[in-house]
Design a protein around this ligand. Structure first.
Ligand code: 2DT
Ligand code: MG
Length: 212
């Protein structure tokens, strides 16, 4: 069958606290993969360009207020609306490098005091990553990188709670990356882990059984 001849792409997720270097590493990774003829694409959550994304953006920039549960569901909807395209791209052979995913979803809302199990429910059934790279950086080191920004969650106390919650969410898909190193060192480390995942996932089916 023709469909079976296409090797599927890998779903690679990068997570981490603010200032951990995630976004830079995501784009460097996609540039590297592309230069080495590995079809890949960079995605980011929240995707602030869609209608749910615009509501999220206005909340994060403190332009509007929203109830904690409501904004949590918007973040999840912002992922759900991308799922069909993501599945098609993966099955067509494109490796997706995703800057934040469900782990940010749960960690940030649970940091506000909401029940972690409740936080997981709206994301049940989303695409399961092949690899989650958590860029771990102590909060003091993160602050030394020029301080946090002006958005709603960019505060020391919040970041400390979020990091603790992230670490509670670790599962078998996770690999911890020491982000307290030079950008080049981190980049090489990430590359090696991603290449070995891309090389080994082709015979594994794409799953949509997240949090189950
Ligand atoms: P960026 O700074 O990366 O744009 O993130 N967040 C993110 C949530 O609270 N829930 C989610 O589901 C996701 C994906 C993390 C903006 C902020 O939004 C938070 C930081
Ligand atoms: Mg940010």
């Amino acid at each position: 069958k023709l469909a079976n001849m296409v090797k599927r792409g890998a779903l690679i997720v990068l997570e981490g606290c603010d200032r951990s270097g995630k976004s830079t590493q995501c784009s460097n990774l996609v540039n590297y993969l592309t230069a080495h003829n590995i079809d890949s694409k960079l995605l980011k959550f929240p995707d602030r360009t869609t209608s749910t994304g615009k509501m999220i953006n206005s909340y994060l920039t403190n332009a509007t207020e929203l109830n904690d549960q409501a904004v949590h569901l918007l973040f999840s909807a912002n992922r759900w609306e991308a799922m069909d395209d993501m599945r098609s791209m993966l099955l067509a052979g494109t490796t997706l490098v995703v800057d934040r995913y469900v782990y940010s979803g749960v960690a940030f809302t649970a940091a506000k005091g909401l029940d972690m199990n409740w936080c997981k429910q709206p994301d049940v059934g989303l695409l399961t990553p092949d690899l989650v790279l958590f860029l771990d950086l102590p909060i003091d080191a993160a602050e030394q990188r020029g301080g946090f920004g002006e958005e709603r969650y960019e505060k020391r106390e919040m970041q400390i709670k979020v990091r603790e919650l992230f670490l509670q969410l670790r599962d078998s898909l996770w690999q911890l990356i020491d982000a307290n190193r030079s950008m080049q060192e981190i980049e090489l480390d990430i590359r090696q882990r991603v290449l070995s995942t891309v090389d080994t996932i082709h015979d594994k089916p794409l799953k949509q059984d997240l949090w189950t």
